[in-house]
Design a protein around this ligand. Sequence first.
Ligand code: OXD
Ligand code: MN
Length: 595
Amino acid sequence: MNIDIKNKKLSDWIKEAADMCRPDDIYVCNGSAEEYNLMIKKLLDHGSAIQLKKRPNSYLFRSDPGDVARVEDHTYISTSSKDEAGPTNNWIDPVQLKETMKGLYNGCMKGRTMYVIPFSMGPIGFPISKIGVEITDSPYVVINMHIMTRVSDRVLELLSTDGDFIPCLHSIGAPLAEGQKDVLWPCAPIEKKYISHFPEENLIWSYGSGYGGNALLGKKCLALRIASAMAKREGWMAEHMLILRLTSPEGKRYHIAAAFPSACGKTNLAMMQPSIPGWRCECIGDDIAWMKVGADGRLYAINPEAGLFGVAPGTSYDTNPMAMDTLKENVIFTNCALTDDGDVWWEGMDGDEPLHAIDWKGNDWTPESKTVAAHPNARFTAPASQCPVICGDWEKPEGVPVDIFIFGGRRSSVVPLVHEAISWDHGVFLGATAASETTAANIGAVGNLRRDPFAMKPFCGYNMGDYFQHWLDMGDRVGDKAPRIFYVNWFRKSDDGKFLWPGFSDNSRVLKWMCERVDGKAVARESAIGLLPKEEDLDVQGIGISGDDMKELMKVDPAEWKAEIPDIEQHFAAFGSRLPERLKKQLEEFKKRLG
Ligand code: OXD
Ligand code: MN
């Protein structure tokens, strides 16, 4: 081991992990540029990193074709009783799960180095920040954690001798026998993958996958699953939300936190450039918000992450110019295609398709190929600080005051472009019943409708019924200082299958209406599902959308909504006695309004 660890809990845990996993050596990370370069050299020598000629300090990796996304079916919330995990989580008894995983961890790092990564979620030393330490046998994880979190020896200083941290144990699950040649992306077969959380003891054990949220444990595992359970206990909120600042032509600032399921355009909205003259948007975070009640009684949000881990396909100067400009250097790409001139490419990128490329599986690809060049869940890992519209206040210790919450999903029909909740409880009802057509961010069928409450279904570390109650309780705490709640659907389609709304920078038009609602400038019209903009209040000047399309976009058909009720009832029934009475009441009122 390269340094002495002064923190007792940490040194004991490192010893315990090393005795179990039996690595060849142990290296404690400090987050420096030299360390990053050292890991890159190791990965280049190993053959898994491909240096990109076109982008300075940027590298492409290709994963194993069986290790390309989060594995929700193999993700566990292991609480002492199944009821605490609730109906939306997979559960295994902690004693049994640890027994199984210890069997897997036994000798799993043979032939490899065990890296110890001290990191902070949230800037180091902030009151709301949390310290984690990830132990991993993957140098690819080390470089990604360098970008996505704050890895530093200052974290060890802060831990001192007796400070507390969240232990995050990770192994790719691919020990090497003496003399065995390594593969380019070592990992375990699907049946041996376990992404396990023990929220009662703030502990994470992940085995078998090297990809994204399965392996970069600060993100979904710590900052959402473990943090949501901590937040419930401690009276704050950990949410799957982007955070942005919108500034009006008069200079008034509005802070918006928005929850959408994976791959529904969160990163695009987070750094959107408004198409309406005079409005400005700055990004604070693109995936996770931690929120606390401030001294003035309002909710304040911080982004606990330091980087962007975005879906590459579909990202272009058209859809997200600020992301494209973020990706010019210092980026890790995973499962994108490689062009002949040494750049990355993915479906939906600007310009012509390359005439030839190497696809994400390492095979020759041409436009005639029947397969995609980049995997639909191909990703970029980039420092958030490189984003040209990162907000000057993105690392402010107290965070930013939230004015507006947005929920939404991908719905080709039924749900209008925007509606506003009638009250906080109704807003919680909208969040609790949010639904979306599934995408490639998770392994599984694409395009089915699933209820994804608050976009937290895969990320809530405790019983979702109690989580709904927590939202109601937080609303009671902030009272009339609560953010206003809206629901959007950018994805409604016409009968002939075309998107009705242009989206992207034109989404600013919808956000502007929300700001006018907050200021009491726009009067809404009532409908069974909530408050809708008056036609003249939604600024669609110059986007060439026809009156008929606008009507279709905003259509609320009570018959279609009535047809949703059995599904909502079934969704709610799963929570049994944990479903808050106040949400039952919301459903009853909704049914009455539908007639
Ligand atoms: C993500 C996800 O990677 O939600 O952010 O899947
Ligand atoms: Mn996400």
